[in-house]
Ligand binder design. Sequence first.
Ligand SMILES: NC(=O)c1ccc[n+]([C@@H]2O[C@H](COP(=O)([O-])OP(=O)(O)OC[C@H]3O[C@@H](n4cnc5c(N)ncnc54)[C@H](O)[C@@H]3O)[C@@H](O)[C@H]2O)c1
Length: 310
Amino acid sequence: MNVLVTGGAGFIGSHLVDHFVKAGAKTIVIDNLITGSEGNIAHHIDSGRITFLKEDVCNIDKISGEIDVITHLASPASPFDYLRYPIETMRTASLGTFNMLEIAKQKRAKFLLASTSEVYGDPEQHPQKEEYWGNVNPVGPRAVYDEGKRFAEALTTAYNREYDLETSIVRIFNTYGERMREEDGRVIPTFISQALKNEPLTIFGDGKQTRSFCYISDMVEGIIRAVQVGKPQPVNIGNPKEYTMLQVADIVRKLCLSTSGLKYLPLPENDPKKRRPDITRAKEVLGWTPKVDLNTGLIRIIEWFRRKDD
Ligand SMILES: NC(=O)c1ccc[n+]([C@@H]2O[C@H](COP(=O)([O-])OP(=O)(O)OC[C@H]3O[C@@H](n4cnc5c(N)ncnc54)[C@H](O)[C@@H]3O)[C@@H](O)[C@H]2O)c1
């Protein structure tokens, strides 16, 4: 099998590349490294098991050779990153997705879009089902990402309808695991890095806002199943167990044996108050449920953070 992974030098993409290489697929990675790192896939580049193209998906609309599957993950993903790169984020979601869909059309390849729970915005329904259309402020600061992904979903669906392309859309909920950057602003790497240094953990607002966290191996499994099944309706992939930020801070401090306190900062604009996937569709259509609980996943990533700094 010939696979193209965009954003393959990023956190989730590099784990997906590990999976494809292990499965014996001929793998091409396109990544401009705006938020990713060559280090995440260096082990495959050095052994000649993948082809790495350091390119922007906005600048490529042709590729030589056969491609059977495209998994399109390229996009800044953490709020820090997309607020720092607003125009790049919108270009990647629009032009970049358009280019990758054109390649899929030329090659008659299966196409998977990595979308996000952010398409639900600050949701008025809880938990979020795929049928819910969301509550996004189109001119708020987060819109560059939320509306970009909503556009990418619409474009992917249009290619499915217009050209009968086999497409899938996964709406990824907060995912964590090894290779997250400690400075990327997402809550788990931020808390771990602060706890290991015994510095105060940053809590935005009152810390009662909730998120659900999916460990990376579960996420990769969900994405692979979505590619295999190839159904065009979006599917939520995430862990439905919900935690407040204060609860996560407590678990991380305990697991790190940390003496850190808490530091409260104002809530960012349009920050969602609640986030939990309804995964009925993932269970029924993909036969997928997450297996790794938060404690187990945190122990693994904390261990990785410790080893990395040795
Ligand atoms: N991690 C999560 O919790 C989460 C949640 C929802 C959705 N997602 C989606 O999953 C995908 C991967 O996220 P991640 O957490 O691995 O983020 P990441 O920032 O670690 O990886 C994204 C990768 O895309 C690359 N990239 C960005 N713009 C590009 C462009 N124009 N051309 C080529 N490469 C480009 C970056 O360099 C990076 O390597 C993203 O599409 C993101 O929106 C992630």
